[in-house]
Design a protein around this ligand. Structure first.
Ligand SMILES: [Zn+2]
Length: 245
């Protein structure tokens, strides 16, 4: 909590500074991105760089790995990260140069909340089991982090589907929550990255689109027990035989 408050405090201080600068007439140009309560990059990122700031970029680009792929969160800006940046830039109509400069960073600030979740998803939606994220197959902090990465994948998927609402019926589950709903004993819900989607768009559309956004465990129509929702997770296989592929 203290860290969160400190970060928010820093962001507010940066905003106050920006306002003061504007008052004396030295208006910031487009290159000065507005500070964010979650995370602010301090440099332009490009291929060949390494660091936690690269990893922070990779987390937010988890939904842009390309078809049937997963973007590594290793803090190393290699060709796969560059390609993910290009896909993100194309999705938002930015100049697609593969460099995470001011315009790309500004778009990412727009897309993130102060707790670092993407604007259209929340930790509460990804955990209807307990408030602590404990009792699953991994530590509470790992489960929460895995859920964060799934949210960024869903944010990319949502954008690709035309900025539609995506309805989550289940996310993280402790072992007791998982057995209460009859979940598989090795369910990705136990790891925090599993999400079940209901409602619209159609389940086949959701399942097929998910293959472009970093989900490897996709179960949908025709797979036993999955005719009333689509299951997405980070690790596993695809099975949605009624969707034709
Ligand atoms: Zn599921």
């Amino acid at each position: 909590m203290r860290t969160a408050f400190r970060r928010i405090g820093r962001a507010l201080a940066a905003c106050a500074l920006a306002a003061a600068t504007a008052l004396v007439g030295v208006a910031a140009t487009g290159s000065a991105a507005h500070a964010d309560g979650c995370y602010t990059w301090g440099r332009v990122l490009r291929q060949g760089m390494t660091g936690d700031d690269v990893r922070q970029l990779q987390i937010r680009l988890s939904g842009y790995p390309g078809y049937n792929a997963v973007l590594g969160l290793d803090g190393s800006y290699g060709p796969a990260t560059r390609s993910a940046v290009i896909r993100f830039q194309q999705a938002y109509g930015l100049a697609a140069d593969g460099i995470a400069g001011p315009a790309t960073q500004a778009k990412l600030y727009e897309l993130q909340d102060n707790d670092c979740t993407p604007v259209n998803f929340s930790y509460a939606e990804l955990n209807r089991c307990n408030s602590t994220w404990s009792g699953g197959a991994v530590s509470a902090s790992t489960a929460r982090f895995n859920a964060l990465v799934s949210m960024w994948k869903l944010q990319a998927m949502r954008k690709a589907l035309g900025s539609v609402s995506i309805n989550i019926s289940s996310g993280f589950r402790s072992y007791s929550c998982n057995s209460a709903v009859g979940g598989a004993s090795n369910s990705r819900h136990l790891y925090g990255d599993g999400v079940d989607l209901v409602g619209s768009p159609s389940f086949c559309r959701l399942a097929q689109q998910a293959r472009y956004h970093g989900f490897r465990n996709i179960l949908g129509p025709g797979y036993p027990g999955h005719n009333d929702h689509v299951h997405l997770g980070a690790v596993g296989g695809w099975s949605a035989p009624s969707c034709g592929i």
